[in-house]
Write a protein that binds this ligand. Structure first.
Ligand SMILES: Cc1ncc(COP(=O)(O)O)c(C=O)c1O
Length: 352
């Protein structure tokens, strides 16, 4: 008997990844310049035909990562980008028709994965001034909620939760036995973290990625951190050899090369400070710089500006609708200063 999963029939996904070559990509929060070229060359010089031919070895890398995080490997599951980890947490810790609570706007895959598996995704909206009032979250945490998804910082809003806010939310989740997933894809751009909760308590996960500050989006590598029994459930869902050998090789070298992470943060911070200074000087409203992206309220039509940036300047940025008092506005990834100069030159020329 032929069968198609009914949850997939009306699910809309956009596969547009093949149209971005040759553009300055400021639309998906990648590092536009990537890792230093000499570092990439040096790491690649170690790659042998056997390395490419063999299934990836995960143990050594997971141990390095565990040392780096100050934990042990029973708390970690490597995934093919953190998006895969998020999907498995939804699959493992919620049921069909189960209630998943998440803020919107947010990384869209949270909602999409929930719908893909027939979960009820309950949206918590932002205030008009783009702040998130935790009481809005607490209000919808019913007894039958199975999973709460928080992003710290959130993409695209850039807001963060204080320790006190997180503890209030956590207490409510404990009372109602709700698993918490904290997405920390933008950790390092924003140094505070809730990973210690995930490593020391149960029913809290943190997902992280090597796609952002580590600049390895092309290698697809992320991880889930949590309590050992929970991590085991996530591991059961993984496809065999789901992680990428190149991703692990690069990530290990980055973690072990003194000054590498600091250098990435320094170049990024210089770009961020420059971008904000220039936007302020030109009278632009902006918000949300806790991650490697920024909301900017343009002076002309945002959708048209995105189109013209692409067609006339070969620069990719995104527009978002209904962003509180900003209305429809731009989201731009932040990178090294030279890319911010290129973006701002184009913005000041087109946005008038
Ligand atoms: C908030 C957030 N989480 C997760 C991801 C997924 O990243 P990856 O699958 O590359 O690790 C992204 C990607 O942009 C994101 O913005």
């Amino acid at each position: 008997m032929y069968y198609t999963n009914p949850w997939l029939i009306d699910l809309v996904r956009i596969f547009d990844q093949n149209e971005r070559k040759g553009y300055l990509r400021l639309d998906l929060n990648e590092n536009p310049g990537g890792l230093p070229a000499d570092f990439v060359k040096e790491v690649l010089s170690e790659v042998t035909p056997e390395f490419v031919a063999q299934y990836p070895e995960t143990l050594e890398f997971t141990e390095t990562l565990a040392d780096f995080l100050g934990t042990d490997i029973s708390h970690l599951c490597l995934t093919n980008g953190s998006a895969e980890g998020i999907r498995y947490i939804i699959q493992a810790f919620t049921s069909e028709n189960g209630r998943v609570v998440g803020v919107v706007p947010s990384y869209f895959m949270m909602q999409l994965y929930s719908e893909m598996y027939g979960r009820k995704f309950v949206k918590v909206s932002y205030n008009d001034d783009l702040t998130m009032d935790i009481w809005h979250i607490l209000d919808v945490l019913t007894e039958d909620t199975q999973l709460l998804i928080l992003l710290n910082p959130n993409n695209p809003m850039g807001n963060v939760y204080s320790e006190e806010e997180f503890q209030t939310i956590l207490a409510e989740c404990r009372k109602k036995e709700i698993t918490i997933l904290v997405d920390e894809a933008y950790h390092y751009f924003y140094p505070e973290t809730f990973i210690n909760y995930a490593l020391n308590e149960e029913h809290i996960f943190v997902t992280r990625t090597f796609s952002k500050l580590f600049s390895l989006a092309g290698c697809r590598l992320g991880y889930v951190a949590g309590w050992p029994e929970g991590v085991k459930m996530v591991q059961k869902l993984c496809t065999p050899h789901n992680t990428n050998a190149f991703g692990m090789l690069f990530a290990e070298k980055i973690m072990k090369t003194p000054g590498m992470l600091e250098g990435l943060i320094e170049r990024f911070t210089e770009g961020r400070e420059y971008l904000i200074r220039e936007l302020d000087a030109h009278g632009y409203q902006h918000q949300g710089e806790a991650g490697n992206f920024l909301f900017i309220e343009p002076k002309t039509d945002a959708v048209d500006l995105v189109r013209r940036m692409k067609e006339e300047k070969k620069i990719l940025i995104k527009s978002y609708e209904n962003v509180g008092r900003f209305g429809t506005c731009l989201r731009v990834s932040i990178g090294e200063k030279k890319y911010m100069e290129q973006f701002l030159k184009a913005l000041f020329e087109l946005d008038r």
